[in-house]
Write a protein that binds this ligand. Structure first.
Ligand code: ATP
Ligand code: FE
Length: 371
């Protein structure tokens, strides 16, 4: 059986066809990188109009790459949240149109669950239960994944997500944002001294699995300002001393940002194994999981406690249609689906969108857990 997945929660329009036995038959993606670097963030109504422009082509391309027609599909999966409702509705409308026309079941998908489950498509033997760290532009989550649709939330961010801190810092350093702030910062950090700034690692005294990146972001902003670095001077035009200074700051930021992930993951693995000793791997996904320093530091940590680190390939860590199609497969195989939309559904039907949608139950013992 074949499942079409559609993703429009933020600024990427993605679609893919994945078979129930886990083959990616075709995929397509249209991203709004130019708009992003021009406006310094996602502007909801501009993003929505880009999705409108792209959606038909992206879905047609995914189907054409897979060499299948809409009528060959068994179900249509679509992200219904969390995300920008203006953007989500573009994907949900498209999914309903296809499902209605061909009498196909719909599979509503949680964007962050799709980020997590895609690891089970790309790697062997990622079995429940496992711990998952989701690190992206809007989320910083540690979860114990117990089954499809069943998660215990071990920690989340109390303010900003790590991806947001990367993006903001990259902007202040005047980096080239064409491929996103995160990748630009990772690249320049290779040239820098990670111990140049003496930054404090967030939340060390709080023995839980929550995250905080606002303080780190501010510390770095203050040192950028005190060094008189102008975000308006592009790195390409900086002198070699200026370039070195920016690289040193980038490397220092990255060292502490990643150290915070390590601290929280170490504790989450300990907690998780007291809840369920059969936990044997840490999945890391979301845009920031494509970062090589993140991968290697977490790999060391996980190997030291005799577990396995699983990261999807970078193109499946950032937003894409494949992860939604695969999350659709996981639900479809378990019969967790919605019926096809009624044939006479009016155009102005109220769509079930979940712009804010928590994944799983909060693990209440977390705050007081001793380790
Ligand atoms: P969310 O999933 O929370 O809704 P999103 O969908 O915008 O947010 P993703 O596409 O999953 O996020 O990830 C984008 C984020 O990942 C951006 O903040 C980007 O800077 C960051 N990112 C991507 N590549 C890297 C990298 N190599 N190093 C650090 N950060 C990165
Ligand atoms: Fe995402």
């Amino acid at each position: 059986d074949l499942v079409l997945g559609i993703e429009t929660s933020c600024d990427d329009t993605g679609a893919a066809v994945v078979s129930t036995d886990g083959r990616i038959l075709g995929e397509a993606l249209s991203s709004q990188a130019d708009l992003l670097s021009q406006w310094g963030g996602v502007v909801p109504n501009l993003a929505q109009s880009e999705h409108f422009k792209a959606i038909d082509r992206v879905v047609a391309e995914a189907l054409a790459n897979a060499r299948v027609h809409e009528s060959d599909l068994s179900a249509v999966a679509v992200t219904i949240g969390p995300g920008l409702s203006l953007c989500l509705r573009v994907g949900v409308r498209k999914a309903r149109d296809i499902a209605r026309a061909h009498r196909l079941p719909l599979v509503p998908i949680h964007h962050m669950e799709a980020h997590a489950l895609v690891a089970r498509l790309t790697e062997e033997a990622v079995n429940f239960p496992f711990v998952v760290l989701l690190v992206s532009g809007g989320h910083n989550l540690l979860l114990l994944a117990q089954d499809v649709g069943q998660y215990l939330q071990l920690g989340t961010t109390v303010d900003d997500a790590i991806g947001e801190a990367y993006d903001k810092t990259a902007r202040l350093l005047g980096l080239n944002l064409k491929h996103g702030g995160g990748p630009a910062l990772e690249e320049i950090a290779l040239e820098g001294d990670p111990n140049f700034l003496n930054l404090s690692v967030p939340m060390r005294s709080q023995k839980n699995c929550n995250f905080s990146y606002a303080g780190l972001k501010n510390q770095v902003r203050l040192s950028i300002e005190s060094q008189n670095i102008s975000p308006d001077l592009p790195i390409s035009e900086a002198t070699s001393e200026e370039r070195q200074l920016r690289a040193d700051i980038a490397a220092s930021f990255q060292r502490v940002a990643v150290q915070h992930l390590e601290d929280r993951c170490r504790r989450a693995l300990e907690w998780a194994r007291t809840i369920d000793p059969s936990v044997d791997c840490l999945v890391v996904s979301g845009g920031v999981a494509s970062n090589k320093v993140v991968r290697s530091k977490l790999n060391n940590l996980v190997e030291a406690v005799g577990l396995r680190l699983v990261c999807p390939p970078p193109r499946l860590c950032t937003d894409n249609g494949v992860m939604v199609a695969w999350a659709g497969v996981e639900h479809y195989k378990r019969g967790i689906i919605d019926p096809p939309p009624p044939v006479d559904e009016p155009d102005d039907v109220r769509l079930d969108l979940r712009p804010r949608w928590q994944l799983g139950e909060i693990y209440a013992e977390g705050e007081s857990f001793a380790c």
